[in-house]
Design a protein around this ligand. Structure first.
Ligand code: ZN
Ligand code: ZN
Length: 370
């Protein structure tokens, strides 16, 4: 301390009592100049269907409920707009609260706490900002509602001619799990006799969706381009159509692919793992391979048996046949047992498939099959 001090010309207190900002004590400085200037009025427009909000000429993803999105928006917007007063070096928004609960479109008052720093002294000020909240319908939702603005159609069909309920559910849950950037481009779904059509706003997104379905379901895709009229300038206007044929097969099915027999063991990245029942080896199939070879379901289907594992040694494995009341003992060389479950334990029951002198353990007996 040097003994030098200043006196606030407005309230008369000295710099020994209160910190100073510029020529005034902190309290007087905030009263006279404030910490920062903010816009007095802000307009917030959100989509009443999806919650996106307008900002910088576009529609942005919501960040939670409309109220959360509004507060986050105010934080971002006001931070950008605030202008520190003369002697404040840096200012920021500490807190934003709406003065009444959010109930939809209308006029709100936001209580905004602004803080700023000058020479290590922190000043704080509360400001009121009028917020006008408007509800609207964003272009994504407009397209969705009116089914206008689609430039591609994905025709989803099954290989068997009709899309059964189980397959439809698997496709629906796959579509529901897609990234929003893809899902948002689907502006409508039309039911058809043999399947359904997805109306997609953007042809390149349609191609991405089709390609994902291709690897997820081993589907075959065919693109065609149909003329649908002329543009105002006279040029020909086309629409991309992608036919997606989904094979009506699932893990657990016995198939004839080419002229060989396979057991469809599991889905894998980009395809399926099948057991070649002639060689006992696993083979990986992708869409091209499957459709190139030609496939059909094994006539008569496949029957899985229920075996309980009794013991498993290096040379022999012993099961009890659960379907005959655990009376029949099945003893087989261990090297003929192929295990495709993660947990193969004595005392538990498994679904097994018998072929070519081998025992394929393909699932837990209590597992619900797809
Ligand atoms: Zn003062
Ligand atoms: Zn919307």
């Amino acid at each position: 301390m040097t003994g030098e001090y200043r006196i606030c010309p407005r309230c008369g207190r000295s710099s020994r009592e209160v910190p100073f900002i510029g020529p005034l004590c902190r309290d007087c400085y905030v009263e006279v100049y404030g910490v920062a200037r903010l816009p007095e009025k802000v307009v917030f427009t959100y989509c009443q269907y999806c919650g996106r909000y307008k900002y910088q000429g576009g529609w942005n993803e919501p960040t939670g409920s409309v109220e959360d999105t509004l507060v986050n928006f105010l934080h971002m917007y006001l931070t950008k707009k605030l202008r520190p007063t003369e002697h404040i070096e840096e200012a920021w928004i500490r807190e934003i609260r709406l003065e009444r609960p959010f109930t939809g479109p209308g006029i709100y008052t936001a209580r905004v706490v602004v803080e700023g720093e000058s020479n290590g002294v922190i000043a704080r000020e509360e400001k009121l900002v009028r917020v006008q909240v408007n509800a609207a319908v964003c272009p994504y939702c407009t397209n969705r509602i009116t089914k206008r603005g689609y430039n591609a159609v994905i025709q989803v069909r099954s290989s068997s001619g009709r899309l059964d309920k189980g397959l439809r559910e698997r496709i629906d849950s796959f579509l529901a799990g897609m990234a929003p950037s893809l899902a948002d481009a689907i502006i409508g779904v039309e039911e058809e006799k043999e399947g359904f059509d997805l109306l997609v706003s953007d042809p390149s997104v349609a191609r991405m969706i089709a390609s994902k379905m291709r690897s997820a379901f081993l589907a075959k895709t065919i693109e065609t381009f149909k003329l649908v009229g002329r543009n105002p300038d006279g040029s020909r206007k086309g629409r991309l159509t992608i036919s997606v044929r989904v094979p009506d097969i699932k893990p657990g099915d016995l198939l004839v692919i080419g002229d060989k027999h396979y057991f469809y063991l599991a889905r894998s990245r980009g395809g399926a793992i099948m057991i070649n029942l002639d060689t006992g080896r696993e083979e990986h199939f992708d869409s091209d391979h499957l459709w190139g070879m030609g496939f059909k379901e094994y006539p008569g289907g496949v029957e899985l048996r229920r075996y309980m594992l009794l013991s498993r040694g290096p040379s022999t494995t012993v099961f009890l046949d659960a379907e005959t009341g655990y009376e029949r003992v099945i003893e087989v060389p261990s090297d003929t047992v192929r295990v495709y479950v993660s947990d193969f334990r004595e005392g538990r029951e498994y679904k097994v498939f018998l072929a070519g002198g081998r025992v394929y353990v393909v699932g837990e007996a209590n597992e619900v099959s797809e």
